[in-house]
Design a protein around this ligand. Structure first.
Ligand code: MGP
Length: 303
């Protein structure tokens, strides 16, 4: 596992955001305990053995195997997986194929996506920084996956399908990278994409908003796909601008800033850098409705 202190700035920032949510939660708990301790007389100060307390706290960063403190994420996330080996009922033993058949939820979206979801297996749901690292340390990285495999990391309760209520009006930012030239970097790119997702750093309205109720995150999930000739990393959003202007301008701005953050802070490219070439695409946005209309003229946003 990469230790957090060795992460480059963007990943560290994402990890910190995940941690700051955890710390805020811990502070609330501590306050509750202090205010709620009825055994103390008014004005009496509780004695705390700080050293003993510090000695018993083992975070994942100080002790990666025997930590005893967990830092909750903003929300729980579920990892899903498919590959040629997960197709069909009798799954051969591969690193990821020991997962039970996952019933598709009986929501309208779940029912509509039943065919698509048949081969996609639920791996695990986690809700803390520590569980994320535990999972990350124990799964095969994208560079070592077979061709035609996908990891889907989605918020708990959202299935990785266009048909899900949370996705049906949305779209995706994606980049396609030639396999040969990017084998050495794809694992880090995917790690930083996951960190930005679980740390909620993609959506500026959530991370820059001061005071008031935070708006709902536009991000529903992130995907890495391995294909014979290329890798693809995608970020799915709840909404997609229609490109008609007017009312949609604010949404378009918000979507574009997610794309720019993805391109520069997460993937590490310069904003003005052009990336398209043989087997490579720009960082581009397409609504799911346009993805479904295969072959027709698609309206892409490019950053
Ligand atoms: P893909 O795997 O996202 O694209 O979708 P790729 O990698 O270009 O194609 P591949 O053949 O190399 O895997 C492939 C096809 O899967 C789409 O054209 C759809 O037919 C189907 N599909 C993809 N997604 C994300 C969905 C979905 O969410 N719901 C349904 N019903 N079908 C989907």
């Amino acid at each position: 596992m990469a230790s957090v202190s060795s992460l480059p700035a963007p990943a560290l920032q994402a990890s910190k955001a995940a941690l700051s949510a955890a710390l805020a939660e811990n502070e609330k708990e501590a306050e509750k305990k202090t205010n709620g301790d009825e055994s103390l007389e008014p004005g009496e100060i509780q004695e705390v053995d700080m050293q003993a307390q510090a000695d018993t706290i083992r975070t994942v960063f100080s002790d990666p195997t025997n930590f005893n403190v967990k830092h909750p994420l903003y929300s729980p996330w579920t990892l899903w997986f498919d590959s040629p080996a997960t197709k069909g009922r009798n799954l051969p033993q591969t690193p990821m194929s020991s997962f039970p058949q996952t019933p598709v939820p009986a929501t309208p979206g779940g029912i509509a996506a039943q065919g698509w979801m048949e081969d996609i297996k639920k791996v695990i749901t986690f809700d803390s920084v520590e569980e994320f690292w535990g999972l990350y340390n124990n799964i095969v990285p994208p560079s070592a996956l077979p061709q035609k495999a996908n990891y889907y990391l989605f918020k708990e309760g959202i299935i990785p399908a266009w048909e899900d209520e949370a996705n049906k009006n949305g779209g995706k930012w994606s980049i396609q990278l030639p396999r040969d030239k990017n084998r050495a970097v794809v694992d880090k790119m995917w790690l930083y994409t996951m960190l930005a997702a679980i740390g909620e750093t993609f959506d500026p309205l959530l991370t820059n908003g001061e005071g008031g109720e935070a708006p709902q995150s536009l991000i529903t999930g992130v995907i890495v796909s391995t294909r014979p000739q290329f890798y693809r990393i995608s970020i799915w959003t709840r909404s997609a601008p229609t490109l008609a202007g007017g009312e949609d301008d604010k949404l378009r701005e918000r979507i574009e800033s997610i794309g720019r953050h993805f391109k520069t802070n997460v993937l590490g490219y310069q904003e003005a850098q052009r990336l398209a070439g043989a087997l490579a695409t720009e960082v581009e946005f397409l609504s799911h409705k346009d993805s479904e209309k295969k072959g027709k003229q698609a309206k892409k946003i490019i950053v």
